[in-house]
Design a protein around this ligand. Structure first.
Ligand code: SF4
Ligand code: SF4
Length: 165
């Protein structure tokens, strides 16, 4: 897995133009069955992928924390939400709460998340490859394929499946 992660930024860069064209076409005319197709591709890929051998999302990019994430995780630590924010978070250029630093503070050396049950919504949903109307997050996906081997593979599979549509 480490090998794949190390190569991923280069591989994603090589696919950048192809992916841009693919997603531009997909946004213009998304196939009717896209939501079902994404769900199947996502499930198949994550049956093969062991996130505990990777954790590259937790190591290189942090989630954003919604107010309800902050309240839920602060409660888990029996902290006041404001104290949780001061201790772990900062506000980014989009005025969102994000981690003060990466790798994520809550990631263990064994790649387990210490707040897994109460982790932010963005962590639960990453890399968003099973979300509905997937074509609407193509810019985000083009960034995620450089971070997440599963997202990279899913996009490659999508291109093969939709090549003749
Ligand atoms: S979601 Fe992607 S980047 Fe995160 S641990 Fe799983 S395979 Fe790795
Ligand atoms: S909160 Fe947990 S799942 Fe989310 S980035 Fe941190 S370690 Fe990863």
């Amino acid at each position: 897995m480490d090998n794949i992660i190390a190569q991923l930024p280069k591989l994603a860069k090589e696919k950048q133009n192809e992916n841009k064209k693919f997603f531009a076409k997909l946004r213009k005319k998304p196939p009717k069955e896209l939501d079902y197709m994404m769900r199947d591709l996502h499930e198949a890929e994550f049956q093969r992928t062991d996130c505990l051998k990777c954790a590259n999302c937790c190591k290189t990019t942090g989630p954003l924390f919604t107010n309800s994430d902050v309240e839920r995780i602060a409660k888990h630590y029996r902290m006041k939400p404001q104290k949780f924010v001061e201790t772990y978070l900062r506000i980014d250029e989009d005025q969102d709460y994000v981690l003060q630093s990466v790798p994520c503070t809550f990631l263990g050396a064994d790649n387990y998340c210490s707040i897994y049950e109460v982790r932010p919504k963005a962590c639960r949903e990453f890399p968003h490859t099973d979300r509905k109307k997937f074509q609407q997050i193509s810019n985000l996906t083009m960034k995620n394929v450089a971070i997440c081997p599963a997202a990279y593979n899913i996009v490659e599979e999508m291109k093969k499946l939709l090549a003749n549509k």
